[in-house]
Ligand binder design. Structure first.
Ligand SMILES: [Zn+2]
Length: 339
């Protein structure tokens, strides 16, 4: 049995616009229904429902859990998990076993809980420094674009975000501020010089000519592979980035949800019709080696002519920058409470 103490449940959720605090009754220890399945640890969705005071649960092709702040949707056999409409890719599919639906313990501890209760993330602290990493540079152009190459957009974006963060009083460190090549190891070294900071790496994507949308990566928890790759023995080793698993998924949630919200709503400038590809797990060097909360944002596909046109526009760049800056503020607020 896994036991957690159910203290005051303050759901200062960072998904989308909500982010309200719903204070729950303090109280009793909570006993999770823990289940072993194929030698991995799971909890029943029934106990997830009970712990987070989800009011409704629907079984069918979709399982919907809902409380006053959050609507969570998962499906049997699937790694897709929607929380208030924002897509997360679970580390393990939802299992149906013995008449019960099961969520992996990794997904409970490393995804659902930090997203539902960011104030409870032990090592997430208020911060004033942001390390911005413009992907690629110099001899490394990154994705080839229809207009410009990735390295040029990442630098533009990093500068835009920097200026907006500085205007709000943040201290910003750039891993590069010109068209130079910086090794991944050096990017990690720069980030780790600022132990109280957060790290945001900015990239643009490449794939087939139809691939589109934004995706945000955070470190794979121990035992979870790099997205799209089978699990390897060394995936079971703890890496430096795992120290900040929970803080990183919370930061990713804030940034990913705001990015989608801002890019797809005229209130924030325009409706660019950007697809949600989800918050995913990866073992990129900049995520595995960095000891502060770290994420990697893929802000659109340069290989898709239509999307590349959007990315190329000043309006898109401004909106994306505004979303990232707002998200950093929201994340800071959510982890600062009570600290
Ligand atoms: Zn890139």
């Amino acid at each position: 049995m896994i036991r957690y103490h159910r203290a005051i449940l303050s759901i200062s959720l960072i998904v989308c616009v909500l982010f309200g605090t719903g204070t729950r009754s303090p109280g009793q220890a909570f006993e999770w229904e823990a289940v072993k399945y194929k030698s991995a640890d799971y909890v029943t969705l029934r106990s997830v429902k009970s712990f987070y005071y989800f009011k409704t649960i629907k079984y069918g092709s979709k399982i919907i859990l809902e409380n006053s702040k959050v609507k969570m949707e998962v499906s049997k056999g699937s790694q897709r998990c929607l929380m208030n409409g924002v897509l997360f890719i679970l580390s393990h599919p939802i299992v149906a076993h013995g008449g019960r639906y099961l969520l992996s313990r990794t997904d409970l501890v490393k995804l659902v809980d930090p997203v539902m209760r960011p104030t409870y993330i032990k090592n997430a602290r208020p911060f004033t420094t942001v390390v911005l990493d413009a992907g690629h540079g110099g001899k490394d152009p990154g994705s080839r674009g229809h207009f410009l190459n990735e390295k040029e957009y990442t630098l533009k974006m990093a500068r835009l975000v920097r200026d907006k963060l500085q205007a709000k009083g943040y201290r910003v460190v750039m891993t590069r501020d010109s068209d130079v090549f910086i090794s991944l190891a050096n990017r990690v070294r720069v980030a780790n010089k600022y132990p109280g900071a957060v790290f945001v790496s900015i990239h643009f994507n490449s794939g087939n000519s139809r691939a589109n949308g934004i995706e945000t990566f955070t470190i794979s928890p121990v035992g979870v592979p790099h997205m799209g790759r089978g699990v390897r023995p060394r995936d079971y080793n703890m890496v430096p980035g795992n120290i900040m698993d929970s803080a990183s998924i919370a930061l990713a949630t804030a940034v990913h949800s705001r990015t989608l919200l801002y890019l797809n709503d005229v209130t924030y400038g325009n409706n660019f019709r950007i697809e949600d590809r989800g918050i995913k797990r990866a073992r990129f060097n900049v995520l595995t080696g960095i000891k502060i909360p770290a994420i990697l944002v893929e802000g659109g596909f340069l290989s898709n002519r239509s999307e590349a046109g959007k990315v190329h526009s000043g309006a898109y760049q401004q909106t994306l920058a505004n979303a990232i800056v707002r998200a950093i503020d929201v994340y800071r607020g959510s982890v600062s409470r009570g600290k």
